[in-house]
Design a protein around this ligand. Structure first.
Ligand code: TAP
Length: 449
């Protein structure tokens, strides 16, 4: 059994059984056995089941949100958005069975047709930072394309995934088509990688573990989608609306206490407005409401665990701290929003993913300098560009090596647009109109006439 702790209070809120290796194998075998039937369910019937699942999530949304507040310390506002995201992603991909159309390709001497065949069993490995959305981004398109799915939530945050498993059954999804297996990454997650019946692994987590997963999958040339770390830039040009850029910058990085692969954790500001920007940023950071995640007014909750707080704290070199926001005293894994003026571009706060409420602010000279600094990282997930010059916005967007960019905004995730990373931020794309295709193999059939 694993004890689940509320990170805002340090109180144990649940005990969850850990799936063993034998139980994982048994679950994968059941998923494999369920596949031929699920694959052949008529498209409208599969859509109907996924819509019913979405409806069940909708009915249970407040309960799911409250569970996430107590398990993950997410603010209630964020947790409600996350439950809504599960409903929306399920609804969106419920239509996918009708979209997975093959092609008929003109050829001499016959007829040529392609089929998008589902893969079989798909294993989805989920991190602790966004337990609901990241799970559904994997399992909804996989199910819609006709695969059966086993999901491994993070050991720290299994509660909402377990509840989603119950809701799927209540909605009528066959039990073996969608199974949630709480447990250890080294046991359950690793088995998804090594078990030959698991035909694809969707992994979201650290780049370090992602590389191990990719190497493990290579043994069987297993399909893999990787969503890994980020060290994303928020570039503010002198021609931008500086007030708005400064007012929103804290929310681009401190949302979910910075435990966000898309956190804009490097603010790059054109030198001519650097001092003015910092003057505006300070009250914005100090105004972030940190505290009880269950309170409607709260904007930032705690970190996930004591160990993670120690990891975040290890990045802080006090002389470089420019200013900080607030954090409650007492129980809970709190860490204040922290703004750092690095002493060198090689400081760890600049080069490594902190995954906490820590942001660096650095000056750049011109457009070329901004692009060079932005791309000076092995990561390439997201980023923001603040400018009122449309040409510049497009030039910089094209030059930045990252999968998800926003201009005059910090938004990264929309279920109807593709999401994923360049370089060591990942492999493949989730969400958007093509995500279900990533859970199929293209088969070409030529019929001689
Ligand atoms: P990890 O430590 O990599 O863990 C992620 C998941 O993988 C957990 O469920 C973990 O299980 C499991 N796992 C660990 N070792 C494994 C192994 N050898 N084989 C199979 N599974 C294994 O990451 P984390 O600390 O939970 O999450 C934070 C990281 O995820 C950050 O780097 C962040 O940037 C990244 N992230 C990326 C994205 C996107 S979309 N790109 C989104 C969110 C987070 P346990 O429960 O045992 O730990």
């Amino acid at each position: 059994m694993t004890e689940v702790i509320n990170p805002a209070t340090e109180i144990v809120v649940a005990s969850v059984p850990s799936t063993s290796l034998e139980e994982t194998d048994a679950a994968i075998a059941r998923a494999q056995a369920a596949f031929p039937t699920w694959r052949d369910v008529a498209p409208a019937d599969r859509s109907r089941l996924l819509r019913r699942f979405a409806d069940a999530v909708e009915q249970d949304a407040e309960n799911l949100a409250q569970l996430e507040v107590s398990n993950s310390g997410h603010t209630i506002g964020n947790a409600r958005w996350e439950a809504g995201n599960v409903r929306d992603v399920l609804t969106y991909y419920a239509a996918a069975p009708e979209r997975l159309l093959g092609k008929q390709i003109p050829v001499p001497g016959g007829i040529d047709i392609t089929f998008n065949e589902p893969l079989g069993v798909v294993g989805v490995i989920v991190p602790w930072n966004f337990p609901m959305p990241i799970a559904v981004w994997g399992f909804a398109p996989a199910l819609a394309a006709g695969n059966t799915v086993v999901v491994k939530p993070a050991e720290l945050t299994p509660l909402t995934a377990i509840r989603l498993g119950e809701l799927a059954r209540e909605a009528g999804l066959p039990e073996d088509v969608f199974q949630v297996l709480p447990g250890k990454g080294s046991v359950v997650g690793q088995r998804f990688v090594t078990h030959p019946a698991v035909r694809k692994v969707v992994f979201t987590g650290s780049t370090e573990v992602g590389k191990q997963i990719m190497a493990g999958c290579a043994e069987q040339v297993k399909r893999v989608t990787l969503e890994l770390g980020g060290k994303n830039a928020n570039i503010v040009f002198a021609d931008a609306d500086i007030e708005r850029a400064a007012a929103t910058a804290p929310y681009g990085v401190f949302d979910n206490a910075g435990q966000d692969c898309c956190a804009r954790s490097r603010i790059l500001v054109q030198r001519s407005i650097f001092d003015r920007f910092l003057e505006l940023l300070e009250p914005a950071v100090q105004g972030v409401v940190v505290g009880d995640p269950g309170s409607e007014a709260t904007e930032m909750g705690p970190l996930i665990s004591a160990a993670h707080r120690a990891s975040v704290a290890s990045f802080i070199d006090d002389p470089t701290v420019a200013f900080r926001g607030s954090a409650p005293d007492g129980p809970g894994f709190w860490f204040p929003p922290t703004v750092v003026l690095p002493s060198s571009p090689t400081d760890r706060t600049v080069t490594e993913e902190v995954f906490g409420p820590v942001v660096t602010v650095q000056a750049f000279e011109d457009e070329a300098d901004a692009i060079r600094m932005t791309n000076d990282t092995d990561y390439g997930l997201s980023g923001s560009i603040w400018t009122n010059d449309l040409g510049r916005a497009l030039r910089v967007s094209r030059a930045v090596e990252a999968g998800n960019l926003s201009v005059n905004s910090h938004s990264s995730v929309r279920y109807w647009t593709p999401f994923g990373g360049f370089k060591q931020s990942g492999l493949g794309r989730e969400l958007g109109p093509d995500a279900a295709l990533a859970f199929t193999e293209t088969k070409n059939v030529f019929i001689a006439t």
